[in-house]
Design a protein around this ligand. Sequence first.
Ligand SMILES: O=C(O)CCC(=O)C(=O)O
Ligand SMILES: [Fe+2]
Length: 323
Amino acid sequence: MCGVCDEVLTAVDVGLKRSRSPQALNTSNKARAFENLHVRLPRPVAQHPANAKPPCSARNLISALHDGGIVALPPNVASLALVKASGELVSQGLDLDVVSSWDVIRAIQNPYFRLGGVRETLSKDKVFKAHLAAVCRSIGLWVDTKVDAPRLRSITAGAERCAAAAPVYALHRDTWYGCPQSLVIAWIPLHDVTADEVFAFYPECFKRPVPNTSRKHDHRKWMQDVGWHGTTSPQNFAEAEANPDADLGSTLRWDLKAGTILLFSAAQLHQTLPNPTDGNTRYSLDFRILPLCDSTAPNVDNESSGEQTRIDAEFWLVRNVPT
Ligand SMILES: O=C(O)CCC(=O)C(=O)O
Ligand SMILES: [Fe+2]
């Protein structure tokens, strides 16, 4: 029995140990399911609702997220290795010494257009696929779990005044962009962040519809007309965005350490807000996780389409990647 959430754990921690062994993939379906579900999760460093029972297994975690929960798990070996590799890559992209401190990196002016190669490497490089697979395994997500490529966010103070950057600050649910309701997101700060540097959640809107234009997003059409490296700028394409006059309730964000694994449903309403510190850029990675599960988040207002196209084009199986 797990002392934290009362779930019966017959194979606690076995998954994490076995996940390093290739033979584990050949075990029976039952054993594989244990490996997916029975890594004991550490106590969250932050959680919504604040008084919720902390999830102790991947199964608990995913159903809490699908119910509107938000969970920040502490940095671990896998997430810190991802942070280190990303820091080296960003330093190289900015022509800095590979061991530059984040204070130095964050003070570089106008980094966005110098980081195209870094974004490309993150989306294709096998090393980063292995890092993502290791992060998923570290939190018990393995069997038939799929993920997409990590995205680097660099949020520079003042960029919100640039019209071309407006989509970055759009209030949204990720589901509005042709994503399945069961999708969850992992967001990892690459350096310590204060709450006012983190994007904001509007958790009261999780089960409440918000006016939006998601019906314009057909992911099949988006792939044809825009694509991740297409020539049509995303600003000219139909965008999902909420009515700015809507009542969204209170906002939620926390101070987080580098490597924290912040997990939330793609159906959570959220928004990047301007970086408040002049001359400074905030760096983070995020990737989407399609878990093997029997639950899903409620759909209150997502009218986008093309989710299967998106899964087929962008997602890959965690267990196919050697770590
Ligand atoms: O990093 C941010 O500011 C926004 C992240 C986001 O929207 C996401 O991960 O879905
Ligand atoms: Fe998002």
